[in-house]
Each structure stands twice: as C-alpha cells, then as structure tokens.
Design a protein around this ligand. Sequence first.
Ligand SMILES: Nc1ncnc2c1ncn2[C@@H]1O[C@H](COP(=O)(O)OP(=O)(O)OP(=O)(O)O)[C@@H](O)[C@H]1O
Length: 221
Amino acid sequence: MLEMAGVRHGYDDRVVVAGVDLSVGAGECVVLLGENGSGKSTLLRLAAGRERPEEGTVTFLGRTVSEDDVTLRAEVAVVLDGGVGYPDLSVREHLMLVALAHGLGQAAGETVDDILREHRLDGHADALPHQLSSGQTQLMALAQAFVRPCSMLILDEPEQRIDTDGRGRLAERLLAAKADGTAVLLATHDRTLAAAVADAAFTVSGEGRLVEERTPRADGE
Ligand SMILES: Nc1ncnc2c1ncn2[C@@H]1O[C@H](COP(=O)(O)OP(=O)(O)OP(=O)(O)O)[C@@H](O)[C@H]1O
C-alpha cells in the first residue's frame, strides 16, 4: 500500500533519513521506534506527504504521495504533532465535521457518539478545545482519525499523554483497524503498545537508517 524507496531527507545539510526502504501492506502494522530526534516524525511526515524527500520515492497505491492530493487525504488518516482544531468548535462539532466531510451522512451522529464514548469524551462533547486536558486533547485528535473511514493510519506517538486504560483501548482500536484491512504506520516510545500491534518493527538509528527488530508480538509468535 505505502512504499518508500531509497528515501533520503535532511535539514540544513544534516542527513536525518539516509536511504530508507519501507513498505506497509493492507492490514499490516509497521512500528518505528528510536530515541528522541532519531527521525521517526520526519519519516512519518514524508509518508504523509507533508514533506517531499530530497531523494527517493514515496508512493501510496502507486501514486506519489502529496498532502495536496485529495484522493490521498480521503484514504489516509494522519495524526501528527500539533493542531488542536478550531477554537470555536466543540469536541462533538469537530468530529461531526470530519465524519460528514468523509461521507458518513446519516450515520455520522451515531458514529460520533460511539467514538466519543470509546475515547471517554462523551462527558466533554460540548467542550471547546481550550477546555480540554492535554490527554483529552490527544484523545480528540485520535477520535478525529478513527471517526472516518480510511485505508491507512499514520500516527506519531499516539500514546502520548494518554493513561494506561486509554492506551489499552488504543491498542484494541488498532488491532480492529488491521483486521479490517487498514494499513498502520506508527511511531511510538511505548514498547507495550508496539508489542501489542506490530507486525514489523524498526528502530530508526541515529544515522537515519532502519534497523529491523525481532517482531515484538505480544502473543509470543
Ligand atoms: N523542520 C526542521 N528543521 C530543522 N531540523 C529539523 C526539523 N524537523 C526535525 N528536525 C531535526 O531532525 C531530527 C529528527 O527529528 P524528528 O522529529 O524526525 O525525530 P523523532 O525521532 O520523531 O524524535 P522524537 O522521538 O523526539 O519525537 C532532529 O534532530 C530534529 O532536530
């Protein structure tokens, strides 16, 4: 589904991604691990088309990825750092907007209510973004990704600021997405989450290369 080939990228003459090949298939979850500043978010921004690689190719279903590509935006749900939404729209209004924009139509209201409950935001449905805790803000960002259909999820440290039970529900949600055929590319510092959901895991080395880890399956396979 997603293919990165020979991808090289950097900032100010500093190489951050040095010739990376990576593919994520339907129903597969690929996890990126690695220390702060190793290049995980850069790889995810390249995968989401937010940045163009200096060298190499990034394609989704054979199309070069670009954030400006409407088809790509319809297929790929992205949660990267930053962006808490519109200051004057409530949590529920944000989710309704996303659900309706992605064609849920009559089903939008019920789907939004389910997603609000799943993310423990049903008691904050009418809150504005500035009235949320930092963890609730992160849950709203995730809820916006999960309220809409997609064939790929790109998530940067989705576990950040989320409590233990919430991380468990996140793992379940990702397993369900995989079972539905959704491809998942996930950067995380949470090895428990990685073990629960990964089909393949790579550590991004300080040199901007991927080092494959022994597949960290929670079930010991
Ligand atoms: N826009 C930018 N301009 C200049 N340097 C950048 C930019 N974005 C990232 N970097 C640098 O690229 C390197 C990789 O950053 P990146 O955010 O990809 O790391 P990361 O693995 O996601 O880190 P973390 O785990 O802390 O989120 C870092 O050294 C960072 O300082």
